[in-house]
Each structure stands twice: as structure tokens, then as C-alpha cells.
Design a protein around this ligand. Structure first.
Ligand code: ADP
Ligand code: MG
Length: 140
């Protein structure tokens, strides 16, 4: 089933100059970008985005890190896009991520792990709406 998911190329990956490599992986996997936006999150935008994690001990560090430099936010579309994107990303901790995944290739730590991906249809809907309006998504 055709789905949309939200991806973020996180500050560590932008700093490492692997935006192109990561987008190429999406394209090769048939995850088609419908919208791409480079931006710098404020601390409060990062807090709103990660609100589900607000009780976690790493919440402050995570939102500081996510607002520490530019990110690239994308809406990707494809068959089973949410799960296939998660598979392409690899485990949260890059040390545990399967070889060939984005996090194994580019993640620096469990926090600075190169990419974000929505984890369910409900999350994807919230996360896409957090950054984009419907008219920003280009049909293809
Ligand atoms: P994922 O991004 O794989 O869905 P989570 O939703 O559990 O992982 O966590 C959101 C983000 O919070 C992670 O991508 C990572 O940047 C950060 N994070 C998760 N667990 C930890 C941790 N134990 N210590 C520091 N940061 C963490
Ligand atoms: Mg998550």
C-alpha cells in the first residue's frame, strides 16, 4: 500500500556532508520525495516534534542536538514506506544497526544517529503536518 512518511536528515549528517548519499539511498529504494525542506529547528520546535519523548531522560539533550544545526526534512512516498524507511535507517543505536543501513554508515552515536523516520501511520500524519501543508506535497 502506498504510504507517506517523514524523514529528517539530522544535524550530524548535514555536518558530515552526506545529504546527497542519504537522498540517493531513498531514491534507489523507491522512496520518492514529495517535499524537501532545509531548515534549522528552534529548541521549542524540536520539543514539539519530540513531545512523545518529553518524559525521557534524554529529552533535553535530544532537542538541543536537533536544534544545534541545519536539518533536511523530507516527505517520502512509496509502497509500505514507513516500514521500508525504518529498515533502511537501521536500529536507533548505530552500533546495533545492520550493515548497509544509513545509521550503520553515518550514525555517530545513539543520539546523533543521522536520520529520523516516522514509526506508524498516525505518527507520520502528525510529523508531516508538523512541517508541511498539503499544498507543499508534490504529487508524482
Ligand atoms: P528512533 O529514532 O529509532 O525511532 P526513538 O524514537 O526511541 O528512536 O528516539 C528518538 C531519538 O532520540 C533517537 O533517534 C535518538 O536521536 C534519541 N535517543 C533515543 N534513545 C536515546 C538514548 N538512550 N540516549 C540518547 N539519545 C537517544
Ligand atoms: Mg522514534
Amino acid at each position: 500500500m502506498k504510504e507517506k512518511t517523514l524523514a529528517i536528515i539530522k544535524p550530524d549528517a548535514v555536518e558530515k556532508q552526506v545529504i546527497g548519499d542519504i537522498i540517493q539511498r531513498y531514491e534507489k529504494a523507491g522512496l520518492h520525495p514529495l517535499a524537501i525542506r532545509m531548515m534549522r529547528l528552534s529548541k521549542s520546535m524540536a520539543e514539539g516534534f519530540y513531545a512523545v519523548h518529553r518524559e525521557r531522560p534524554f529529552f533535553h539533550d535530544l532537542t538541543s542536538y536537533m536544534s544545534s544545526g541545519p536539518v533536511v526534512v523530507l516527505v517520502l512516498e512509496g509502497d509500505d514506506a514507513i516500514k521500508r524507511h525504518r529498515d533502511l535507517m537501521g536500529a536507533t543505536d548505530p552500533k546495533k544497526a545492520d550493515p548497509g543501513t544509513i545509521r550503520a554508515a553515518h550514525g555517530a552515536s545513539i543520539e546523533a544517529n543521522a536520520v529520523h523516520g516516522s514509526d506508524s501511520p498516525e505518527t507520520a500524519q502528525f510529523e508531516i503536518g508538523y512541517f508541511f501543508s498539503t499544498t507543499d506535497l508534490v504529487a508524482r
